[in-house]
Design a protein around this ligand. Structure first.
Ligand code: ACM
Length: 642
């Protein structure tokens, strides 16, 4: 056997761990995201041999840990990677060790990774920890390790390190809205592969909405025959023309129950739980178009699955005024028997302990007109529409719990005075999650303020238009555990990708990365280790890794921020800044395309009287890094008027 021991590499008594943990000055050769709890850089390098042996505990949960290491260490490198069992007597290149006696520091997902100049050892209490250790290990090798094909003439080496690492919170989620636009089973797998790189462990699938019902439910065939299909429109979702009767409804899709089983297993092998969401009572137009009797509103048989036309008026704030009634009827017993069937099947398909039943943004204006709702209010002593929704939520919670699952909903469910056994996903900021935790509800924080991946990442002139922006640096400020609440009620944090404006998987990736890295670090790394400058340095290295992995990401962080004002003499002024330090901005007002030989921005620009366009581009030294942005002066004037 090798003389190398794990203790030599990460001896806690050496004092190095504490030193590394307290400083942020880790050499850039090590650029792991999320930042580990403790990294000790040692002298020297490990060089991957042509024949790699991995010795592992022979338990089935390690299948994907081994497959992942085998794939990454062989495809790009050309090395031959084999798995050996404990009995061969050969000194393995990589040893995966499940601790006989659990190391309490590591918990269920932590790991210790030691890389010496000859061997690699990953130790963990549970298989998930070994998987995360393997993910960190791959990030220690050159970026080309991400390649889908052989890369010649590479030095496949990793710095020698000792890492001890474990997550800050247990729920580290990404929500993928597969209802607004359908994403195939293979695309969902692609999304999972990208998220596990950053140690996410919950994939929340938003399976139903006004635009589509995406899961086969036996006994309710129209949900997927009718409810999964809309008219394909192109442009700006939300303002599409109303589909004509002759326009084909052939855009969409759904997952069969076999597809769901396959996805659940695929995720499970990668230590990801899938949280299914059936969003009711609002956001239910696809279900109502399939079974109009689920609505309180006469004429619902004329409703159709939404194809992106306007159906909601938000001009008076929340709750919105619906132009069509997209709610299930809380006063109709058929709704509860329908939901019982749906929940029974969903509960059986998804092993995760939680079932998310939506509850957000239910409009009340049709309920207010309904005699059935009036009768329900009288019978149950309900005073307003919030209480009507509360009645509905409690009944749905009862159904969910009768199937042995825990009920979760968006933070609007708090209006219904739910029992603390209802878990709350806080999306309208941190406020409702904080309130819920104080009332002893379990909470997952997924606030719009930090974690809404559907928001634009930079200026609206470059991004597909959404109603708000969320820059990377703001996402990085996310702290899932608010001050003043008992952290035991905060299960964790999550970022949400709604897909109204996301038409394909490349755009889904663009919206998710790099903000998904910021959220991953916020839910995994110790709060005191977070450091924006250090993080962004690692993000830039990960951009290069994602290029090689062929995963799309947004370069928006390099785009400048525009701020307009007027001087005392009414002259239009433009102030430019950047989210990251060390960038130069070059500009033009003469319609030509600036490069680094153009004027460099140093102070507020005074817009020339007859100029029609400001073009800007950011550079890092001699390298253009930002995109060429073209800002019409009319737009600047408009902003100055606000
Ligand atoms: C939500 O964003 N409506 C939960």
């Amino acid at each position: 056997m090798s003389t190398f021991t794990f203790a030599q590499a990460i001896a806690p008594e050496s004092g190095n761990i504490a030193e590394a943990a307290s400083g942020t000055n880790i050499p850039s050769e090590i650029a792991i995201i999320p930042e580990p709890v403790s990294v000790v850089k040692n002298e020297g390098h490990f060089v991957l041999p042509a024949n790699v042996t991995i010795q592992s505990a022979g338990i089935p949960e390690l299948k994907q840990v081994l497959a992942f290491l085998q794939e990454r260490l062989s495809i790009p490198t050309g090395s031959y990677v084999s798995v050996v069992n404990n009995a061969t007597g050969v000194t393995p290149t990589i040893k995966l060790v499940l601790n006989d006696k659990a190391n309490p520091v590591l918990g269920n997902e932590g790991y210790q990774l030691s890389v010496s100049n000859s061997h690699i050892v990953i130790k963990a209490n549970k298989a998930a920890g070994l998987y995360y250790g393997a993910q960190s290990l791959i990030q220690l090798f050159p970026k080309e390790i991400e390649s889908k094909e052989l890369v010649e003439d590479m030095d496949w080496k990793s710095p020698c390190v000792g890492i001890t690492d474990y997550p800050r919170v247990g729920w580290r989620g990404l929500m993928f809205d597969v209802a607004r636009h359908f994403f195939t089973k293979e695309e969902v797998k692609q999304y999972i592969n990208a998220m596990v790189r950053y140690k996410y462990n919950v994939l929340h699938l938003h399976l139903t909405d006004d635009e589509g019902w995406r899961i086969e439910i036996k006994g309710f065939p129209k949900l997927t025959e009718v409810g999964a299909w809309s008219v394909k429109k192109t442009g700006e979702f939300g303002n599409f023309s109303v589909p004509g009767a002759d326009e084909p409804r052939n855009y969409g899709g759904f997952y069969t129950q076999e597809d769901i089983k396959e996805l659940v297993q695929y995720a499970q092998e990668r230590f990801v739980n899938i949280l299914p969401e059936i969003d009711v009572p609002g956001h239910s137009l696809a279900a109502i178009s399939s079974y109009p009797e689920l609505s309180c509103t006469p004429g619902a048989e004329n409703y159709r699955v939404r194809s992106g036309e306007r159906i909601m008026d938000w001009s008076r704030g929340a709750p919105p005024t619906a132009l069509v009634d997209n709610t299930l009827c809380p006063a109709n017993e058929k709704v509860y028997s329908f939901l019982d069937s749906v929940i029974t099947q969903v509960a059986a398909l998804f092993p995760f302990e939680y079932l998310h039943m939506g509850g957000d943004e239910a409009p009340f204006n049709f309920w207010e007109k309904s005699d059935a709702i009036k009768a329900l209010m009288q019978k149950e002593g309900l005073k307003n529409m919030h209480q009507v929704q509360g009645y509905f939520e409690k009944r749905v919670q009862g159904i969910v719990e009768s199937k042995g699952k825990k009920f979760m909903g968006w933070d609007e469910i708090l209006d219904g005075n739910m029992s603390p056994s209802a878990a709350v996903m806080s999306w309208r900021g941190m406020k409702y999650g904080t309130e819920a935790a104080l009332k002893k509800h379990d909470v997952v924080m997924s606030p719009t303020t930090y974690a809404y991946l559907d928001y634009m990442q930079a200026d609206v002139i470059t991004e597909p238009k959404v109603y708000a922006s969320l820059r990377l640096s703001k996402s990085y400020e996310f702290d899932p555990v608010p001050a003043g609440v008992d952290p035991k009620y905060i299960k964790g944090g999550q970022a949400n990708l709604w897909t109204e404006q996301v038409y394909n998987i490349r755009q889904a990736e663009y919206m998710t990365w790099p903000r998904g890295m910021a959220i991953a670090e916020s839910v995994w790394s110790p709060r005191e280790k977070k450091n924006w400058t250090n993080f962004f340095g690692r993000v830039e290295q990960h951009f290069k890794r994602l290029d090689i992995a062929e995963t799309k990401y947004a370069p928006s962080v390099y785009d400048p921020i525009f701020k307009v004002s007027r001087s005392a003499d009414r002259q239009l002024l433009v102030e430019l800044s950047t989210e990251v330090a060390g960038l130069d901005i070059y500009y033009s007002f003469d319609n030509s395309f600036p490069d680094r030989f153009y004027p460099k921005y140093t102070e507020k620009l005074s817009v020339p009287k007859d100029a029609g366009m400001l073009r800007v581009i950011t550079y890092k030294g001699k390298q253009p890094v930002g995109r060429m942005l073209s800002m019409p002066v009319d737009e600047l004037n408009k902003r100055a008027r606000k």
